[in-house]
Write a protein that binds this ligand. Structure first.
Ligand SMILES: Cc1cc2nc3c(=O)[nH]c(=O)nc-3n(C[C@H](O)[C@H](O)[C@H](O)COP(=O)(O)OP(=O)(O)OC[C@H]3O[C@@H](n4cnc5c(N)ncnc54)[C@H](O)[C@@H]3O)c2cc1C
Length: 396
């Protein structure tokens, strides 16, 4: 049985970042292996698209504590690879107070963001509806909107970042096995057996970054995690008003109203992009389809027509994608309590901005070092993951 120092199961956004950092840590030379069930860059998971929002804007302290280090981690990857992965556009959080009347938004509101910004010393601007459209006439408002602007927000080029992480991992001596589903990970003494159709491998440490397939991979290690898989979708619009929506003139935005929309300037495609956070229907990695939901498609078009009319245009395409979310919508970054040689990560539908940093944190856990940043909130033994009665904090 071939022995490895570490095996990463699943090479999406989190796994490719982990493989890079672990290979850098344990390399150069052999001993670090990444296994992907499909081809690299496949579109069946959560990480394959031109863009993901990165932002310092967080309404929870345990993410705000990681936000600036996440930028630093991406800059390290850019420096090591010579590749630009981040595009700074500035970012808006717009809250439609009228539409949200009666909706319990918890801390996901202007006050929540400002409270955390003030606590972490992040600079921002507050704008009322008039100031918003004066600054960005691309928007149309009803008058009850409030917005905050943060200059560091922008775009991570997700697909490119995954490929860069894989290339850097290879540069540190990592091997990659594609089109090889891992059938099981079996703790074995102080190591782990990794069962594939191409044979059983052994590793001192295994990192499972399998997102929607996590419970399948961990099936033999303990209780099933209460993860909800959602089929999300984003639409690209071939706007004829390209210059107005260039990254230098139009920020990434999140619009908190009856639904939570997010949008991107022209990037990756000659098109703008719109999505709805947590708007998807429940599914599984096996049952998901690539068919856009017509109800959401129409909802997006209504939002565009009402609030950013020139952002729209003929639809280029609508792409589906998976969120895999614990009941409290928090990440999982931890080792298994019974089998500390198995490390698990889940991004809860909002982790790409942190992927480079999560890669580093997973490497910390693999080498048995104290995590370089606080991750207690992402423990695998927290009540949301262990108490069957723990309520989901979201509606499907
Ligand atoms: C529409 C959409 C928009 C998003 N927008 C943002 C955003 O703006 N900002 C942000 O920060 N985050 C965003 N996210 C969330 C972010 O993209 C995810 O949190 C992140 O990509 C998760 O990465 P992952 O590596 O865990 O998952 P995945 O990319 O799904 O990777 C898991 C990998 O494991 C492999 N795998 C599974 N089982 C096995 C097995 N048995 N053997 C071998 N390989 C296996 C899979 O094939 C897959 O490649 C968005 C997500 C979606 C879907």
């Amino acid at each position: 049985m071939t022995a490895h120092r570490a095996i990463v199961v699943g090479l999406g956004g989190l796994g490719s970042a982990a493989l890079h950092r672990i290979a850098a840590e344990l390399g150069p030379g052999p001993g670090v292996l990444g296994i992907e069930q499909f081809a690299l860059g496949h579109r069946r998971g959560a990480s394959q698209d031109h863009s993901r929002i990165i932002r310092l804007a967080q309404h929870q302290a345990h993410y705000a504590a990681l936000a600036a280090p996440a930028y630093a981690a991406w800059h390290e990857v850019e420096a090591e690879s010579g590749q630009q992965l981040l595009t700074r556009t500035g970012g808006l959080v717009v809250e439609d107070r009228v539409a949200r009347r009666g909706i319990d938004s918890g801390t996901r509101n202007i006050e929540g963001y400002c409270e955390v910004f003030d606590r972490f010393g992040v600079a921002y601007e507050l704008l009322d509806a008039d100031a918003l459209v004066e600054r960005w006439p691309q928007f149309r408002v009803d008058g009850g909107e409030q917005a905050l602007y943060q200059a560091e927000s922008g775009i991570v080029d997700a697909a490119k970042a995954n490929a860069v992480h894989i290339a850097l991992a290879r540069a540190h001596g990592a091997e990659i096995m594609t089109d090889t589903p891992v059938r099981a990970v079996r703790p074995d003494g102080d190591g782990v057996a990794v069962v594939t159709d191409r044979g059983t491998l052994r590793a001192d440490r295994v990192v499972v970054t399998a997102d929607a397939w996590t419970n399948r991979v961990l099936g033999e290690t303990g209780p099933t995690l209460p993860l909800t898989v959602l089929q999300e979708q984003v639409t690209y619009y071939s706007t004829p008003h390209l210059a107005e929506f260039a990254p230098s003139r139009f920020p990434v935005f999140m619009w908190h109203g009856r639904h939570n929309f997010y949008g991107f300037p022209v990037h990756g495609e000659v098109a703008t992009k719109l999505g709805q956070h947590m708007g998807g229907h429940e599914t599984t990695a096996e049952d998901r389809t690539f068919e856009p939901d017509p109800v959401r498609r129409a909802r997006y078009a209504d939002f565009v027509a009402r609030h950013v009319p020139r952002f729209g245009g003929p639809e280029l395409y609508t792409k589906t994608c998976l969120y895999t979310v614990p009941p409290d919508q928090d990440f999982i970054i931890d080792t298994l309590p019974e089998h500390p040689q198995v490390v698990v990560a889940n991004g809860a539908g909002h982790a790409f901005k942190f992927a480079a940093l999560i890669g580093q944190l997973l490497a910390d856990l693999v080498v048995g070092r104290a995590p370089s940043h606080p991750i207690d909130a992402f423990s695998i033994t927290r009540p949301a993951l262990t108490d069957p009665a723990f309520p989901r904090s979201f509606h499907v």
